[in-house]
Design a protein. Structure first.
Lengths: 257, 262
């Protein structure tokens, strides 16, 4: 510990740095906007105004809500299916040998191809949209969880066997905690990936959601609203990160301190 | 009553990359009566851990027969490994409670044992926050929490300083006296074996079989006395002493163990 730093509250220090850097970014934007054509780069105040209007008439919240619901659905689908596949691949030699090439194929398939094929095969509907997003994320989850399953300790499973913990207690108290760091890693990278793909899915084939709105405002050439929607969604994702993911990770990792 | 009957005809480890197939155990036979404290001594790599894993039912890939008699119904087998194998994400108390399977009064049983092993103040500490010696105490509490009918121990006190190891030995003997059970304790340290055991089995190097089998008729006072332990060790043929002593003698529990040593 550095004594000069330790005297300050670390959380406050972090918040100070964050506020400073965000402020600097907004200032750079404001200065650039002052010199640019306002149609191409509106000032931060104009964007804030567009955001406020969107919140007031309920439109922004509705579309952000719809997108969030799609993110949640495809995220949970991808996490559960991807984890199951990954754990099986990490535990079974034959399963891994067989599915390894499938995994490589799906990992390298462009997101756009999956989305287009899903819309063609299943129609322009919600099922196709969510399936397309989940399919894009499943291989990443599977690869991370496979590493986790390979790293499972034989020592602990012997202990669980000798003390007759049974399948459920062994899974819940011995296996899952060992997988938690891998789960956390794929959750974080997953959330970031999933919401970006959801926007593409909405742009291509849905009539609501942030992606659909971005498409609309693109056609209207309304940069202020494009930025308003993008920033609103970034804020929402950051709030989820700060108030859901980080506290969960801290509670899972409290024994490491 | 016989608590444990071991008859391992053969245990082979198949060839792997760069290593030929290896016969770890061959014609390893012995039985242990209820309440005995048996120390199994053998050179490193003799297959002692392989034998314990077979007895514990962790390794079923062997030729032979193991019968374990746990006595009263509800008693179980416990195994204290060489490393403590506490789950690092559970506190000491949670680790002990886990094996009790939510039985009524599990928390009281766990806390009682944690107190007996001297960890009352650390019941809510995570394993990573306490020393190796304390982790071993916690593992000992977990093993005894089950009220085990048979307790297997695999060099549970290695890599501790002598004072800490001695403290754990005293603790183990106290627990064994207050909660009578059959103990099979594997070690490579002959002095440790003499201090603890009512009976000692000496194994050959791999493939391991029983080379010597004899009781340790020392009083608790002698066991605490390093010189008496050393004198017993030097006098015994199994450890290179003269061929005169002990062929048949009562064990600590008053039972008679037959010697098969020359």
């Amino acid at each position: 510990m550095f004594s000069s730093v330790a005297t300050m509250n670390p959380a406050l220090t972090r918040a100070g740095w964050l506020a400073g850097s965000v402020f600097a970014l907004i200032m750079i934007w404001a200065i650039a906007a002052a010199f640019a054509d306002p149609r191409y780069l509106p000032s931060p105040l104009v964007v804030l105004n567009a955001m406020a209007t969107g919140v007031q008439n309920g439109e922004l919240l509705y579309h952000v809500g719809v997108t969030l619901a799609r993110v949640a659905a495809s995220f949970f689908l991808a996490m559960s299916i991807g984890s199951a596949i990954g754990i099986l691949m990490g535990r079974s030699y034959g399963f891994n040998q067989f599915f390894d090439s499938w995994l490589t194929l799906f990992l390298n398939l462009p997101a756009l191809v999956t989305i287009i094929l899903c819309y063609i095969w299943f129609g322009l509907n919600e099922t196709a949209a969510i399936a397309a997003v989940a399919l894009n994320k499943i291989p990443n989850v599977a690869i991370t969880m496979r590493e986790g399953a390979r790293a499972l300790s034989a020592d602990y499973s012997q202990m669980a066997q000798v003390y007759h913990l049974g399948r459920w207690k062994t899974f819940r108290h011995v296996t899952l905690p060992q997988l938690a760091p891998f789960f956390a890693a794929s959750t974080r990278s997953g959330l970031a990936l999933v919401w970006k793909i959801v926007l593409v899915v909405e742009l291509l084939g849905r009539s609501n959601g942030v992606g659909f709105q971005l498409h609309t405002y693109f056609q209207l050439f309304d940069v202020a609203n494009i930025l308003a929607y993008a920033i609103a969604f970034i804020i929402v994702v950051q709030l989820i990160e700060m108030f859901v993911l980080q506290p969960w990770e801290r509670s899972v990792n409290r024994w490491r301190q | 009553m016989i608590a444990l009957d071991v008859n391992i005809k053969r245990k082979t480890f198949p060839a792997t990359k760069g290593q030929a197939a290896f016969v770890a155990l061959e014609n390893l036979r012995f039985s242990v009566s209820e309440g005995q404290f048996v120390c199994i001594v053998g050179p490193s790599g003799a297959g002692k851990t392989s034998m314990l894993n077979i007895v514990a039912g962790l390794d079923k890939d062997f030729d032979g027969l193991i019968s374990v008699n746990l006595g009263d119904s509800g008693r179980r087998l416990a195994y204290m490994f060489q490393s403590p194998r506490l789950l690092p994400w559970r506190t000491v108390l949670e680790n002990v409670e886990l094996v009790l399977d939510g039985a009524p009064g599990a928390r009281e049983i766990a806390l009682g044992l944690i107190g007996e092993v001297g960890l009352a103040k650390f019941a809510h500490a995570y394993p990573g926050q306490i020393s190796l010696g304390m982790q071993r105490r916690a593992a000992l509490a977990r093993a005894f929490a089950l009220n085990p009918g048979v307790l297997l121990m695999d060099e549970p006190f290695v890599s501790l300083d002598e004072a800490a190891a001695e403290g754990l030995r005293t603790l183990l003997v106290d627990l064994w006296k207050s909660r009578p059970t059959t103990v099979v304790f594997v070690t490579h340290d002959t002095r440790e074996a003499i201090k603890l055991a009512t009976r000692i089995l000496v194994l050959t190097s791999a493939p391991a079989k029983v080379a010597h089998d004899f009781p340790v008729p020392l009083s608790p006072m002698d066991r605490a006395d390093a010189q008496a332990v050393e004198a017993f060790r030097r006098s015994h043929p199994a450890f290179g002493g003269p061929l005169s002593v002990v062929s048949e003698a009562p064990s600590l529990n008053g039972r008679v163990a037959k010697s098969v040593s020359p």
